[in-house]
Design a protein around this ligand. Structure first.
Ligand SMILES: Nc1ncnc2c1ncn2[C@@H]1O[C@H](COP(=O)(O)OP(=O)(O)OP(=O)(O)O)[C@@H](O)[C@H]1O
Ligand SMILES: [Mg+2]
Length: 342
């Protein structure tokens, strides 16, 4: 029976890893509730697909925003379902849960995470900084004196950290991420084409033709929405150059997190980072041209980690095995030291 599990509950996607089994659940962070019966009718991808299409008696929502819990009950429903899916229906022996969290969240937000995991069926809850887990998952060499830099670009937040000597030396978190980039496309299309589009369409545009820097070969995409003036359906063709313009502020906000982290880093470590480069993790790092734009803006080479979307859960998974646990980078703030991984 599974006794220990690790959970990366992201703004967009939740991943669950079970000891001795590996990654067992990858689901959208979404819940749908029948408001009349007060019953959960779907979680994960099925619930995400209902958002914006719900009948009157159904409320579909994402319980996480900007890396933190925004709806306690919905987050609890989601985790309870995913834990059940992972350990089976029986609740004999509730599992130990290792949960990642973004550095820089408030103590209240941190407490809410612990409470949700407990209420959802976790026996003992250990919380671990997501950026530490990501560094382990990306196999970054942080045990020596040479500094290295990792940046997690998620849906709702971006976190950057400089690591050395098994510790996080400098870090910064801002509540901007891939979803901020998606959100920037909606007002652009409204302004330029007088057309209303939803979040799913905006994300589809971003993934298909969005780019942080102008593409060498311009690309085009037909998109449909509702005409602002007539209220009728309308289709227009947008170009990758337009989308680069639409998302440029959001992209700059993400890159500012990296610049500010570098700014707060000691010169000796900066020279290490210049030599070693910056490693990107998180699905937000998959935005076309973002690695190149970061390299251009910082003057430092940038690499996207192998399987960037799975680095956090892979690191948490390794943390479930005691041997690897000791390799987790410690926090420099003593109050944050949790669990036995330091
Ligand atoms: N191919 C792609 N190109 C560009 N962006 C992408 C791509 N695939 C996913 N994304 C974006 O990545 C973001 C989700 O990243 P990720 O799954 O790492 O977030 P998360 O862990 O759920 O969120 P967070 O860590 O902020 O709580 C979304 O904004 C999504 O639109
Ligand atoms: Mg994440």
């Amino acid at each position: 029976m599974v006794k220990e599990i690790a959970i990366d509950m992201g703004t967009t996607t939740t991943r669950v890893y079970a000891k001795d089994k590996g990654l067992v659940v990858v689901e959208s962070t979404a819940v749908a509730v029948d408001t009349r019966k007060d019953e959960v009718i779907a979680v994960g991808k099925d619930a995400k697909e209902m958002i914006g299409r719900e009948p009157e008696n159904v409320k579909a929502l994402t319980p996480m925003e900007e890396g933190v819990i925004s709806d306690f009950d919905a987050a609890c429903h989601l985790l309870r379902q995913l834990i059940k899916q992972t350990i089976g229906q029986t609740y004999f022996g509730r599992p130990v849960v290792k949960l990642s969290f973004p550095l820089g969240i408030t103590e209240v937000e941190e407490m809410a995470l612990r409470e949700v995991a407990g209420a959802a069926g976790g026996k003992k809850i250990e919380i671990i900084p997501a950026i530490s887990a990501a560094a382990v998952g990306a196999a970054l060499p942080f045990t020596g004196t040479t500094g290295c830099m990792i940046v997690d670009i998620g849906g709702g937040h971006t976190e950057a950290a400089v690591l050395a000597m098994k510790s996080i030396i400098t870090n910064k978190m801002e509540r901007v991420g891939g979803n901020t980039v998606t959100a920037a496309i909606i007002p652009y299309i409204k302004r330029e084409y007088g057309m209303l589009i939803g979040e799913n369409t905006a994300e589809m545009i971003k993934i298909n033709i969005g780019s942080a820097i102008p593409k060498v070969q311009e690309e085009f995409l037909d998109i449909s929405g509702r005409d602002l003036h007539t209220g009728l359906p309308k289709t227009v063709t947008v170009s990758s150059t337009e989308i680069t313009e639409a998302i440029s502020d959001a992209v700059s906000q993400i890159i500012d997190v990296i610049k500010e982290t570098l700014d707060a880093t000691k010169p000796a470590l900066i020279s290490d980072i210049v030599a070693e480069g910056i490693t990107l993790v998180g699905a937000g790092a998959l935005l076309d041209g973002l690695d190149k734009k970061i390299a251009l803006d910082t003057g430092i080479s940038v690499t996207i980690a192998d399987s960037p979307v799975e680095c956090v859960i892979a690191g948490l998974g390794r943390c479930l095995a005691n041997e690897a646990t000791r390799k987790m980078p410690a926090m420099y703030k003593p109050r944050r030291i949790q669990g036995d991984w330091n």
